[in-house]
Design a protein around this ligand. Structure first.
Ligand code: ASP
Length: 411
């Protein structure tokens, strides 16, 4: 027991993954009998969706403090969040279309439940569907899109109410911490869920399924590397005009912590320390940009959601058109904004994106077995993006102490 908890969660998950593949391979279709353990894990994750988004998004907006204070820093940061997020999600869609990781896989052995009907038959329907006509209904249905709109509005309401809004803000603050703890409990189920799900996939569909999944993991890593090596390096070089190697050397602690914890929020203190002490970003810019970024700026997650949805469409033989791509881009962006910076939330958000274009939600069970390995890399991408944007905004607003970065280079 002590040994179990003394081993970091991610190591237990990787061990479960390897063991699950082995057991599934040897057991064959009989492995179906333990799938319920994986279903239980996914049900527990789904349970978190509504309260997690509601509390963390309202608390995130309320933490900005004052709508007017946003000013130069907030405007620039948010524009860069949006631009990099869009590049990421379209990169995911591009990679998925180009390499077709799920094409040709025979998934007839998987029983597909009721495929969710798309709410969005036209543009106008799509816009109307974002308005939470009944917030309670929206929560009961787990309709994430109107829930995000509702949460943003409550957050803005809190800011507008100023002092009188403080008690409500505190409730959401505390609620979001509580929800993170509940998530941590659910995450303890990960090794069991991963074991059962990957054994089921391997047992029922065999090695071709593993190869497809392996391709998806490889594409996910490729996409993240491209974001870092092309987009962020480009921004650092041409917009912030800082020495790139020195920047990454300064951020190395945050990069290592993000990869091993798979949590942007848990990495935040390290991100801030690296930015302020090693890169020379002014405190006001770093705390605002990196803190907000840890909750709403998730390029790795946005890319993953785009890629995974295409993967689901491919393994279940669904044809998606360009209008579906646009819906995926919008919902994946919203999903990455709504995802809390803790392990596994990207997986939770798949319900939103896949549901909106009618991709079978069984895809979630299919990829969940390999999610953690991808989560580690996408979290590193998310954190690198926050740090890059904080540095760029600091350079633009004269809050970057360039001497600090140069001296860090000597270390
Ligand atoms: N684990 C990611 C993060 O904390 C979110 C995700 O699951 O995509 O940044």
């Amino acid at each position: 027991m002590r040994f179990w908890f003394a081993t970091p969660l991610w190591q237990r998950v990787i061990a479960a993954l390897v063991l699950g593949i082995l057991v599934g391979y040897l057991w064959g279709p009989g492995a179906e009998s333990i799938k319920w353990i994986g279903d239980l894990f996914i049900a527990a994750i789904k349970m978190l969706v509504v309260p997690l988004i509601f509390f963390s998004l309202v608390a995130g907006v309320a933490s900005i403090g004052d709508l007017r204070k946003l000013g130069a820093v907030g405007g620039r940061a948010v524009i860069l969040f949006v631009i990099t997020g869009q590049i990421a999600v379209w990169l995911g869609l591009g990679l998925g279309t180009l390499f077709q990781p799920g094409a040709g896989l025979d998934t007839s052995a998987i029983e597909v439940g009721e495929v969710p009907q798309s709410n969005f038959t036209s543009w106008t329907d799509m816009i109307v569907a974002t308005v939470p006509a009944s917030p309670v209904q929206v929560m009961a249905d787990g309709a994430v899109l109107p829930l995000i709109v509702f949460s943003l509005l409550i957050g803005i309401g809190i800011l507008m109410a100023k002092d009188e809004g403080t008690p409500v803000a505190q409730v959401f603050d505390s609620g979001s911490v509580v929800m993170q703890k509940v998530t941590a409990i659910v995450m303890e189920l990960t090794p069991f869920g991963v074991f059962a799900l990957i054994a089921w996939v391997t047992g029922t569909l065999g090695i071709p399924a593993l190869l497809a999944l392996g391709q998806m993991v490889a594409l996910n890593y490729l996409g993240c590397f491209l974001m870092i090596a092309v987009v962020y390096v480009g921004m650092l070089k041409f917009m912030a005009k800082v020495p790139v190697v020195a920047f990454f050397r300064g951020m190395i602690d945050a990069i290592a912590v993000s990869y091993s914890t798979a949590s942007s929020s848990a990495t935040l203190p390290v991100t801030l320390r690296c930015l302020e002490r090693n890169v020379g970003v002014g405190r006001s810019v770093s705390s605002f940009t990196a803190s907000l970024g840890a909750t709403i700026n998730m390029d790795g997650t946005a890319m993953y959601l785009g890629l995974a949805t295409l993967f689901g469409a491919q393994i279940f033989g669904l044809d998606l058109g360009f209008s579906d791509y646009i819906i995926i881009a919008v919902t994946a962006t919203l999903g990455s904004i709504g995802a809390a910076g803790i392990p596994g939330t990207g997986l939770i958000m798949m319900t939103l994106v896949m549901g909106s274009v009618g991709v079978p939600l069984e895809t979630i069970a299919f990829v969940a077995g390999a999610d953690r390995i991808m989560d580690m890399m996408r979290t590193t991408t998310n954190v690198t993006s926050d740090a890059t944007i904080a540095t760029t905004v600091a350079a633009m607003t004269g809050e970057l102490d360039r001497a600090e970065l140069i001296s860090a280079d000597d270390v």
